[in-house]
Design a protein around this ligand. Structure first.
Ligand code: 13P
Length: 256
């Protein structure tokens, strides 16, 4: 089983380059004081990838991008390719975040192509999945999650799945209007996801990291990390403020 605790933040569209630099300088210092069991990643906006990669030269903090096309080149105005992200030195690609699904029609079929394209470039796909409030109300959340996983991971070999990470983020728990999920709910959902990964990829599915995200904050993060099959946290708002993130990281370092 993966012994590492993966902790990352998706900056979404919230920071200028100057703010990103200040934040990252501080995070690099904090990371030096943490044990190596904590693996950290940050996911800034596209224009900041090159300058922030420079800053990260001496650090083992991983750098991610927020979305990606699956083709290397082509007439796809506004898109960024796996080749370009490889050139920028990106370690990780966030795919299928609920905001991308909701506002930009990112769908499971395309996500399957993106996952495969990322793996070809040795960029780790962080595949985001989760049911919305309607699914939850109608009790169809599990079907939604199963479909997301089965379609997005279709055709992957065992070797390939061992390089994929999953972020489970119930859509109703994300963002300023989100309602934090109970730890019990998170435990159950992560267990369901783990079972499906094992169903699809046999024993290799046991080692795929499953992160939890959605209104993770200083008050509730430990309750989630205490759940079996929660191998890390994917944090928005509570990590955008470096002081709040520092508190979370130091507590994890001390208690886990
Ligand atoms: P919040 O932690 O702000 O709810 O955002 C979570 C998220 O969307 C991470 O990708």
């Amino acid at each position: 089983m993966n012994e590492k605790i993966l902790i990352g933040t998706n900056w979404k569209m919230t920071k200028t380059l100057a703010e990103g630099r200040d934040y990252l300088r501080r995070l690099i210092e904090i990371k030096k004081s943490l044990s190596s069991k904590i693996e950290l990643f940050v996911i800034p906006s596209f224009p900041h990838l090159y300058p922030l990669k420079e800053l990260l030269q001496e650090s083992d903090i991983k750098l991610g991008a927020q979305t990606m096309h699956w083709e290397e080149r082509g007439a796809y105005t506004g898109e960024v390719s796996p080749l370009m992200l490889e050139e920028a030195g990106v370690d990780l690609i966030e795919l299928g975040h609920s905001e991308r699904r909701q506002y930009y029609n990112e769908n499971d079929i395309d996500l399957n192509k993106k996952v495969k394209a990322a793996l070809q470039k040795r960029i780790t796909p962080l595949l985001c999945i989760g049911e919305n409030s309607v699914d939850k109300a109608r009790n169809t959340g599990n079907e939604k999650i199963r479909k997301q996983l089965k379609v997005s991971l279709y055709g992957l070999t065992k070797e390939e799945i061992s390089n994929v990470q999953i972020a489970y983020e119930p859509v109703w728990a994300i963002g300023s209007k989100g309602v934090p999920a109970s730890a019990e709910y998170v435990r159950e959902q992560h267990s369901n996801i783990r079972h499906l990964l094992i169903e699809l990829f046999d024993e290799t599915g046991e080692d795929v990291p499953i992160l939890y995200g959605g209104s993770v904050n200083e008050q509730n993060f430990e309750s989630y990390l205490n759940c079996k099959n929660v191998n890390g946290l994917f944090i928005g708002r509570s990590a955008w403020d470096i002081q709040s993130f520092e508190k979370i990281l130091l507590t994890i370092d001390k208690n886990y």
